[in-house]
Ligand binder design. Structure first.
Ligand SMILES: [Zn+2]
Ligand SMILES: [Zn+2]
Length: 98
């Protein structure tokens, strides 16, 4: 079971369809949410095996900086916004998927 998140910021920035977790029919594939250290872009990565995270460096597609893994209760935290750069971006659960 995975969780579907949506990111919202009071400045108007919005990003939908952020997946986290495993699908029931794809137990070897998981989705993880990352955020760029530099431009704060949100990136949704599909990891086919855990080994990918160890050996494949995950970089921002925009600026090639390192990405921070957003793990755990991501909807309980505030995140920097890619648009206004303030720590006012929040993720909310919009559904479950499998
Ligand atoms: Zn970036
Ligand atoms: Zn913002």
């Amino acid at each position: 079971m995975g969780t579907l998140y949506q990111a919202n910021c009071p400045c108007g920035f919005k990003q939908i369809d952020l997946l986290q977790g495993y699908g029931v029919n794809h137990s070897d594939t998981s989705y993880e949410i990352y955020q760029c250290e530099s431009c704060h872009m949100l990136v949704n990565y599909e990891l086919s095996q855990q080994i990918d995270t160890l050996f494949k460096p995950i970089r921002c597609p925009e600026c090639k900086e390192a990405l921070i893994h957003l793990a755990g209760e991501v909807d309980q935290q505030q995140h920097p916004c890619p648009e206004c750069k303030k720590d006012t971006l929040s993720l909310s659960v919009v559904g479950l998927w499998d």
